[in-house]
Ligand binder design. Structure first.
Ligand SMILES: [Mg+2]
Length: 276
């Protein structure tokens, strides 16, 4: 197989405990699944359109900067938070916002137009799940299970979609800890709550938790409790190499290591679970 020559494991902090991981928490979109690849190109133009219609909207460039900032900043949290912020920005420009849930529905309707062929192709078998995950995902999940870890997925995407897409990709059997996503009542779920529940349920110390994510939120949540955080700077479009923007964000969030994907599964697992 070609395409692994630009693989790198970037070590940012050497002194964090490794190897004693009991539980592993993975983000879904961009960390395992690429089914929703390109969602930003749907959300951002739509949000710009909404803001531009407000009475005191600034010029197109000002609006673009505003939307880029808050969409990026809130990535990893539940989608509704981006929509709540959009409503606030409409109000700030003298407009009367819609219900944030209406913004979320419309965004999702537009996103489905882009990704429906992927869902259909995975469902009817014409598309290969291996082409719609971060490279090496299945091997990583299997390797984690082989080492006795309890594997969880937590996503800011609505739980019904995460479950469906996890099933289409065939990752459900690896997740013996469960798969969690956003609820209608957005106060009932957060990645932070999943982290806390994992530690409490198993009586774990922070260093027994390993997290994987391509976004700020999950890395921060894992580091807050003293876990080990693997930042996944995945280039979702090309499926190889490091996405520089993600890498910067992951470093700021406190990631202990950065990888572009899991193509070199054995090297990554050997680092995470050093042989004594
Ligand atoms: Mg993600």
């Amino acid at each position: 197989m070609s395409g692994t020559s630009d693989w790198s494991l970037e070590i940012l902090s050497e002194r964090v405990a490794r190897g004693r991981f009991h539980s592993v928490l993975l983000d879904f979109d961009g960390t395992i699944s690429l089914v929703r690849e390109g969602w930003q190109q749907i959300m951002k133009p739509y949000f710009r359109e909404v803001l531009a219609a407000a009475p005191r909207a600034e010029d197109a460039q000002g609006i673009a900067v505003c939307v880029d900032d808050f969409v990026d900043y809130l990535t990893g949290k539940q989608t509704i938070y981006q929509c709540i912020r959009l409503a606030e920005e409409v109000t700030a420009r003298g407009g009367t916002p819609e219900d944030p849930f209406a913004y979320k529905d419309e965004y999702h309707r537009r996103l489905l137009v882009r990704i429906q062929h992927r869902l259909d192709g995975l469902a009817d078998g014409s598309l290969d799940p291996a082409d719609h995950v971060v490279p090496g995902s299945f091997e990583l999940l299997q390797g984690l299970r082989d080492r006795g870890a309890t594997v969880y997925i937590a996503s800011g995407t609505d739980e019904e979609y995460v479950l469906r897409e996890a099933e289409l990709l065939g990752v459900v059997p690896y997740c013996n800890g469960g798969i969690y996503g956003a609820r209608k009542d957005y106060r009932l779920f957060s990645k932070k709550m999943v982290v806390e529940s994992i530690l409490t349920t198993h009586g774990l110390r922070g260093e027994e938790l390993l997290g994987f994510g391509d976004g700020y939120v999950e890395i921060e949540n894992v580091k807050e409790v003293g876990g080990f955080a693997c930042g996944v700077a995945s280039d979702e479009e090309h499926r190889r190499g490091v996405d520089a923007w993600k890498r910067n964000r992951l470093i700021q969030a406190g990631a202990d290591i950065i990888v572009p994907d899991y193509a070199e599964t054995a090297r990554l697992l050997d680092y995470l679970f050093p042989r004594r």
